[in-house]
Design a protein around this ligand. Structure first.
Ligand code: 5GP
Ligand code: ZN
Length: 117
């Protein structure tokens, strides 16, 4: 069923506490934790606790939850005192998505080029 935890999902395991992560924020519906392979001085992932395979599935099935994730990216940026930052939802393998549980990357603390390449 949409949103149910998946046994084979790394981020569901982080939500369940079965895989350790450096959690920076948690709400009833979301978790934010540091990326294990940071691409910037601040690189935090914000995920819904419920499982949706990507941002498109999340937005279509649970728009209020998608809004929670977006609000949390802002809260992370505030806590990390980021003046400028980038929010990325890699969606599909061609765009670099490797974990199939919706997540927003919050990147900041260095200059970021556009287009990203
Ligand atoms: P994607 O490539 O799907 O957009 O992003 C997945 C992100 O998850 C990558 O930036 C990767 O470094 C991060 N990641 C993969 N495995 C782990 C892990 O076990 N713990 C944490 N904290 N991040 C992970
Ligand atoms: Zn999951």
């Amino acid at each position: 069923m949409a949103g149910e935890p998946q046994d084979d999902c790394l981020f569901c395991k982080i939500v369940a506490g079965q895989v350790p992560a450096t959690v920076v924020r948690e709400t009833d519906t979301t978790v934010a934790f540091r990326d294990i392979n940071p691409q910037a001085p601040t690189h935090v992932l914000v995920i819904p606790k419920a499982h949706y395979k990507d941002a498109a599935a999340l937005a279509a099935a649970a728009p209020d939850l998608a809004a929670d994730v977006l609000r949390e990216t802002q809260a992370v940026a505030d806590e990390e005192k980021l003046e400028s930052y980038r929010i990325v939802f890699n969606t599909g393998s061609g765009a670099g998505q490797t974990v199939w549980h919706a997540h927003a990357h919050v990147l900041g603390g260095r200059g970021l080029q556009w287009p990203p390449g």
